[in-house]
Design a binder for this molecule. Structure first.
Ligand code: ATP
Ligand code: MG
Length: 575
């Protein structure tokens, strides 16, 4: 484009100059020719007066034609002009350029001669048939003849062509100089335009650091300043937008809820990582139709509905893997037209589980508490009926007391669990774990002995003091060793061993017991959960022991790992 501008300038200026030169050429040509002719004409008129003077002076009335010819021959020589003398009938009396005048035609009707006859003098420029050149004729009537002077025009033509050549060469020089000057000027004009264009092109291609460095001192300079200012503003705006976008992205990514925006053309515009991971989407989603990305028919049909209805909807969605989502779809409207929808997925799987656990807990608790009371009531009624039978009454009272104790044990466990759960301020003290675990072993030894179970405790690796809560630690180890004895058949073996692994200590409680089915391992820490309810009841178990262990370990920051198969179980506590 800049090339075109300079070309345009150079071309139009050159054309203008060329036009001026041609105009001057034509104008000067005419001017010079007319001036020249005027001078020659004046000169001829003067020379005719000179001829007239000679005629009056030299020729007396009655002089013959011969004398006339002699005088005219002299005059022609002196003036170096052709002289023709014609009488009023047009007969040529004398001609300085022609030997045999008798051969010459009648000149009566030559323009200059007939004008001289009629008005005293006449002129004409014509081609001379006699001499075969262009001549300027000037005639004067000097009674009784017409005297005519003739001057060949090739002199004028020669002068004219010299002038023309001069104008031409001058014109050429002027054209050349002007073209050079115009090229220079046009370059000067277009240079800042080029610089501006160069800047604009680079800026539009994304080089936002580029600016115009040297302003020209004219209107283009103003434009350049304005453009630089505009570029600064655009860069500021872009940076602002980028910052806003970053903020939005960071916010979206830090939200644990799945968030996506789907436009009215069913294309995904935004989807945060939580959205992708909740719906197990691995591919990129932006600008793809939602039904290609989300592989959930029920969810997709609801998205379709929300896009069509343009109203908010909320529902619970159960995914195939067992996850439960609280889904909210809200229309996004701009100027009353639906632009798309916002989809929010809130994972409520855990909440649902907790709700379920709570419901189970209430029913389990009431069941567990009701059972011993029912049994006690049964014994008391039997006692009432058999009050006389002392032997039987004693036995029933014993059984009733045992159930009351069980009831008491359950209530104690519930209270203990509640206490661990609600209190977060257990005293921390220097505790030797070896002592704590050995103490638990001692308390449970009689129980092991009663079942002929070998209880082996080897705790060399943890014979040192650690900062921990004594009460909680005792709960953990007592319950685990108690379980190991409870769920191991007579003649089995329970071992408590310890190992050090880096900073951490591992205490393993292993048994050769009945083991825990694989699918039950995840549930044994739930309240009241027992793999085999009848067997647990035999052992007096309520299913709260491991719940207490789990909560206590959590409070102390300990981890628990469970491994089990049909040859026994290993509970590992990592301190
Ligand atoms: N070492 C083990 N070997 C086999 N099964 C076990 C073992 N420890 C726990 N279990 C299983 O896990 C269930 C839950 O244990 P938990 O200690 O919570 O309850 P419990 O022993 O039945 O009753 P308690 O509240 O008296 O401890 C047990 O009923 C049992 O089925
Ligand atoms: Mg137990």
């Amino acid at each position: 484009m800049n090339k075109k501008i300079s070309h345009k300038i150079v071309f139009s200026y050159s054309l203008l100059i060329l036009f001026l030169v041609v105009f001057l050429l034509v104008f000067f040509n005419d001017l010079v020719r007319n001036t020249h002719l005027g001078i020659i004409k004046d000169e001829m008129a003067e020379k005719l007066r000179f001829v007239e003077l000679m005629v009056y002076r030299e020729l007396t009335p009655g002089s013959d034609e011969r004398k006339l010819r002699e005088i005219m021959a002299d005059a022609s020589r002196i003036m170096a002009l052709r002289i023709t003398v014609v009488d009023l009938d047009g007969r040529v009396i004398f001609d300085s350029s022609v030997k045999r005048i008798s051969d010459m035609d009648n000149h009566r009707y030559r323009a200059e001669i007939s004008r001289a006859i009629s008005s005293g003098s006449g002129e004409s420029i014509r081609y001379s048939n006699t001499l075969r050149i262009d001549e300027l004729y000037s005639a004067k009537f000097i009674s009784p003849y017409v005297y005519r002077l003739a001057k060949p025009l090739y002199d004028i033509d020669r002068n004219l062509s010299a002038v023309r050549n001069m104008i031409l060469s001058l014109g050429l020089i002027v054209v050349l100089i002007s073209v050079a000057v115009t090229v220079y000027i046009s370059n000067k004009i277009t240079r800042p335009i080029k610089a501006t264009l160069y800047f604009a092109r680079h800026f539009s291609e994304g080089d936002y650091t580029r600016r115009i460095l040297n302003y020209s001192e004219d209107e283009i300079g103003e434009v350049q300043r304005a453009l630089n200012k505009m570029a600064d503003m655009i860069v500021d705006k872009i940076n602002g937008l980028l910052f806003e976008q970053k903020k939005l992205e960071t916010t979206l990514e830090s939200i644990s809820d799945g968030i996506a925006v789907i436009d009215r053309n069913k294309k995904m515009l935004i989807a945060n990582n939580a959205f992708l991971s909740i719906l197990s989407i691995a591919s990129s989603v932006v600008n793809r139709p939602f039904y290609e990305v989300i592989r959930n028919r029920s969810l997709n049909s609801k998205i379709e509905y929300a896009l069509e209805a343009g109203s908010s909807i909320g529902f619970e969605e159960h995914l195939i893997g067992g996850a439960v989502l609280d889904v909210i779809m809200k229309p996004i409207q701009e100027e009353k037209a639906l632009q798309g929808i916002l989809v929010v997925l809130h994972d409520i799987t855990e909440k649902k589980k907790v709700e379920q656990i709570k419901t189970d807990l209430v029913s389990n608790m009431s069941h567990e508490l009701k059972t011993p009371v029912t049994i006690i009531k049964g014994y008391l009624e039997t006692i009432q009926e058999n009050i006389g039978n002392t032997e039987q009454v004693r036995s029933y009272i014993g059984k009733a007391i045992a159930n009351a104790e069980r009831q008491n044990a359950i209530i104690n466990d519930i209270l203990k669990l509640n206490m661990i759960e609600t209190s977060n301020d257990f005293p921390m003290e220097n505790v030797n774990l070896k002592d704590v675990i050995s103490g638990c072993g001692e308390l449970l030894k009689p129980k092991a002995l009663a079942k002929s179970i070998a209880l082996e405790v080897d705790l060399g690796a943890v014979d040192e003091s650690v900062q921990t809560g004594r009460f909680l630690a005792e709960e953990v180890f007592f319950n685990l060793i108690d379980n190991a004895i409870n769920y191991t058949n007579e003649g089995g073996r329970v071992a408590v061993t310890a190992e050090k692994s880096g900073d951490r200590k591992m205490i393993m409680i292993s048994d050769t017991g009945i083991g825990i089915p694989r699918d039950a391992i995840d549930r044994i820490f739930e309240r009241f959960y027992r793999v085999d309810k009848s067997r647990s009841r035999d052992t007096g178990g309520t299913g709260l022991g491991l719940s207490i262990v789990k909560h206590a370990a959590d409070m102390l920051g300990w981890n628990i790992e469970v491994k089990s198969d049909n040859s026994g179980s290993v509970f590992t506590i990592i301190v």
